[in-house]
Structures are given as structure tokens and as C-alpha cells.
Design a protein around this ligand. Structure first.
Ligand SMILES: [Zn+2]
Length: 289
């Protein structure tokens, strides 16, 4: 009996320990799993932190992206719009000749120095560069990509070259900036020259060029005097005829008129005038979308 009892006890012990071992192992296994989880969970915690940081960052980026989405999107859209500005003339004339239009027999000087301020003696090419840089700044601020055909006076760029720069950039608008000159010192006022309707070289861009001109005139005339009706049309300008994109030429005013010469060499005046031009350009492009 004793033996049997002992055997039973031993067996029970063996069985229980076996169960215990199995249980333990199972538990261990579970523990191991959880441990491994836990052990990794340090890493995981790290990872989690990193991930959550990343996620936070990503979320932040997404949020900021979301927040900025509208203006960014708008900016992106307008940034695809390229405006080329050509500051008229240059420091040294180039008296070589070029055809005024593709295939044309009529030729004109490649580049001239332009007029000169009757009082200030400031050359037109310097005034047009000042104004163009101001206009570029204002239009860039509005989100447009703005190309200048030149950013210094000592260049050699023919009118054909300048138009080709506008073409190359697929410009939505090509703005040529000039200051007017006349024999009479009385002539004064801002005006725009646009390509004429029946000119075969600019037929495709006539409508848009006219629309842009009208929009600019509308803004400029609120604060400045216009010369005559404000818009005139020409078919003999190389800078128009070589242009495959809508093109206009703004005449800032007459530097052969004493008052306008002083005005156009005054940065404050020029800032105000280029602001009005930029508003007109912006309005035109807004409507054009
Ligand atoms: Zn000029």
C-alpha cells in the first residue's frame, strides 16, 4: 500500500510537474511571445515613437499641406503662367538689320537706344529697366513666373531675339516696356500699343493682346493720364511680328514732356504706375483662366 501510495504520489507529482512544465512552457511561450513583444516593444516603443513622430510629422505636413493646399494650389496654377517682360532698348545700338517679320523683306535696326529724358537726360533704356524690374517684382508677388529679357543695360538683344525669349518660355503674355518720345513737348500720357487686327503675323494673338491692353488701360486710367484713347495698333514692329504669344507694348509716358520725364525718373511715381499695370495684367489673367 505504502509502495502504491508512494508510486501514486510520485506519479501525481510527475504528472503535475509535467502539467506544470507544459503550463510553464506554454506560459513561457506566451511570455516569450509577449516578452519578445515586450523586448521588441522597447524597440517597438522606439519605433512607435519614431513612427508616431513620423506620423505626426507626416500628419503635420499633411495638415500644413491641407492648410496650404488652397493658396499653394492657386499659386501653382498661377506659377504655370509665365509672363515675359522686355525692358525696351539697350545701352548700345545694334545697327545691323533684321526682318520685321518672319520671311519679310522689310528690315529694321536690331536694337536702338531709344529716347532720352528732356530734363533729366535719363535714357529710355534705363527707365524701362527700372520699371520692368518693379513690374516683375509685383507680378512675382502675385504668383506668376516672370522672365526679364534683360536685367542690365549693356546687352545686345535684337527685337527679334526678345520676342523669341517670350516664345521660348511659352509666355501667356509678353509685355514690352517703353517710354514715348515726340517732337512736341506737349505730348503726354500713358498708352499701349497692340498688334493690329489684320496683320497676318499677329492674327492669332490679336484678340488676347487687345484684351490685355484694355484691362491694363482700365486700371491705369484710374490714376494716370492716358495718351489719346490709350490703345493704338501697329503692324510694323519686329517685337510684335516675331511673337507667337499675346504681346503688348506699354508706353509709360512721354520723356520728351518735362513733367512726365520727372515723373518717370521718380521711383515713387514708377512704383505707383507699375502697380496699376500689374493690377491690369492680373485682372486680365484672372479672367483668362
Ligand atoms: Zn522705345
Amino acid at each position: 500500500m505504502k509502495k502504491l501510495a508512494l508510486t501514486l504520489i510520485i506519479m501525481t507529482l510527475v504528472v503535475s510537474s509535467a502539467i506544470l512544465i507544459v503550463n510553464h512552457q506554454t506560459h513561457q511561450g506566451l511570455l516569450n511571445n509577449s516578452d519578445s513583444n515586450h523586448m521588441n516593444s522597447m524597440d517597438a516603443a522606439h519605433k512607435k515613437e519614431n513612427t508616431s513622430n513620423k506620423m505626426k510629422k507626416e500628419t503635420a505636413t499633411t495638415t500644413s499641406k491641407k492648410k496650404e493646399k488652397k493658396p499653394l494650389q492657386q499659386k501653382k496654377d498661377t506659377k504655370q503662367v509665365v509672363i515675359t517682360i522686355d525692358p525696351g532698348h539697350q545701352k548700345h545700338a545694334n545697327t545691323e538689320q533684321e526682318p520685321i517679320a518672319p520671311g519679310s523683306e522689310v528690315r529694321k535696326y536690331k536694337a536702338t537706344v531709344g529716347s532720352m529724358g528732356i530734363i533729366t537726360r535719363r535714357p529710355e533704356y534705363a527707365i524701362t529697366l527700372d520699371a520692368s524690374k518693379m513690374l516683375q517684382k509685383k507680378l512675382t508677388k502675385r504668383g506668376y513666373k516672370v522672365i526679364l529679357t534683360r536685367n542690365r543695360n549693356d546687352v545686345d538683344l535684337s527685337n527679334q531675339d526678345r520676342a523669341k525669349i517670350a516664345n521660348k518660355h511659352h509666355s501667356t503674355l509678353f509685355i514690352r516696356v517703353h517710354a514715348d518720345g515726340a517732337e512736341s513737348p506737349d505730348a503726354h500720357g500713358f498708352s499701349i500699343i497692340a498688334p493690329s487686327k489684320n496683320n497676318p503675323y499677329t492674327k492669332k494673338v490679336f484678340k488676347e493682346s487687345q484684351k490685355a491692353s484694355k484691362s491694363i488701360v482700365q486700371y491705369v486710367k484710374q490714376d494716370f493720364t492716358l495718351y489719346q484713347s490709350g490703345i493704338s495698333y501697329r503692324s510694323d514692329l519686329s517685337g510684335f511680328n516675331w511673337s507667337k504669344v499675346p504681346v503688348i507694348l506699354v508706353e509709360l509716358g512721354y520723356i520728351t514732356n518735362p513733367q512726365e520725364d520727372r515723373n518717370l525718373t521718380n521711383p515713387k511715381f514708377l512704383e505707383k504706375l507699375t502697380t496699376s499695370i500689374a493690377q491690369g495684367v492680373d485682372h486680365y489673367l484672372d479672367e483668362n483662366k
